[in-house]
Design a protein around this ligand. Structure first.
Ligand SMILES: O=C(O)CCC(=O)C(=O)O
Length: 342
């Protein structure tokens, strides 16, 4: 027996961590925080993603403070529906509820869409085994860095799109937020993604898959103390409607988040009943951003998963061997006030 073999026998290699973010070519992505594993994209989708963007981005900069790059589409037409079906079928989603307090009044908020989120802010990074280290010292993060959440690495199927988007937009992203609008009753109200934890003039890449939905933008009301009067700005700007189709991508950058609001309003009829997925890539700079994103996109409710038989999101994990499958259909009866109230 060679010395090397004996050494290996007496000093076995360190135990493999239980948590693992797989990096082999086709193993599903897994992590201790995932309720179930997420497969990698089938090659017929991933191979064609490398041809994205399908169209050149069109700059929309003809209004004060507005800086958009609109790809119509970004994801090749032949894979936007398979990609939509794949993500709807394989990801886990949440229907987040939370309370907000304004003065003495507490209000219950029911987020009017399904959400999920992956990633961690710039102060930390994931090792291949799924554990978190401090981005500067490369040592395990202090236990109290994330008090209210357990960050999850971006699964391969979304990380591939993140990397391609970084190269195409010349920006860096460490977060991936996913919204699923099951019907025209699901929506996101007017808001801007200009939280301090995103830094100055954040760039956000926003993808659409599935049903066509209108994306509305309007200039924020301008405080009267600003050099230009609110009336002057209002007369110079007009609201914008982009009818986002499957595969489209809008890059919002510069002062867009600081000065404009955007929304996906509720919609009657059209394709909206077929479901729409929105994916945004963003870059959070500090731990507060991580806490915020998990609080409002994962929360503490049930895990929901697409059920191909009933064609609806159902509570995942309620089925036991031999049990009747208990399925709770979630309807979008909620009031559209979540984001606006934040
Ligand atoms: O669904 C969309 O296109 C917009 C999503 C959005 O505004 C957000 O997640 O902040």
């Amino acid at each position: 027996m060679s010395k090397r073999t004996l050494d290996t026998f007496f000093n076995p290699s360190p135990k493999k961590a239980k948590i693992s973010l797989t990096d082999s070519k086709d193993a599903p992505s897994s992590h201790s925080t995932y309720p179930f594993t997420v497969p990698q994209l089938p090659p017929e989708i991933s191979d064609l993603l490398n041809f994205a963007p399908e169209a050149e981005g069109k700059a929309i900069i003809d209004q004060p403070d507005l800086d958009l790059l609109y790809f119509q589409p970004y994801i090749p037409g032949s894979i936007s529906t398979p990609l939509f079906e794949f993500l709807r079928g394989e990801l886990f989603f949440y229907r987040v509820k939370y309370k907000i307090k304004r003065g003495p009044i507490e209000t219950d908020i029911n987020t009017p869409r399904f959400t999920t989120v992956f990633g961690v802010d710039e102060t930390s990074s994931f090792l291949p085994d799924g554990s978190l280290i401090d981005a500067t010292t490369r040592k395990p993060i202090p236990k109290d860095r994330y008090k209210t959440c357990k960050p999850r690495p971006i699964p391969h199927c979304l990380d591939l799109l993140r990397k391609l988007t970084e190269a195409a937009t010349d920006q860096r992203y460490n977060f991936c937020l996913v919204n699923y609008y099951a019907t025209g009753d699901d929506s996101i109200s007017y808001h801007s993604d200009d939280e301090r934890f995103l830094g100055v003039d954040p760039a956000i890449a926003s993808f659409s898959l599935g049903a066509k939905r209108d994306f509305l933008l309007k200039h924020k009301p301008t405080p009267p103390s600003d050099t230009k009067s609110a009336a002057a700005i209002a007369s110079e700007t007009k609201p914008l409607k982009l009818p986002l189709g499957s595969g489209d991508m809008v890059l919002m950058r510069g002062s867009t988040q600081g000065k404009w609001l955007h929304s996906i309003p509720k919609r009657k009829g059209g394709e909206s009943g077929n479901g729409r997925i929105n994916i945004t890539f963003r870059r959070a700079m500090v731990a507060g951003g991580t806490e915020n994103y998990y609080r409002y996109n994962v929360g503490d409710g049930d895990v929901m998963k697409w059920d191909a038989k009933t064609k609806s999101m159902v509570v995942w994990g309620e089925k036991k061997e031999g049990d009747e499958v208990e399925k709770k259909e979630v309807k979008a009866e909620d009031v559209d006030k979540g984001y606006a109230a934040l």
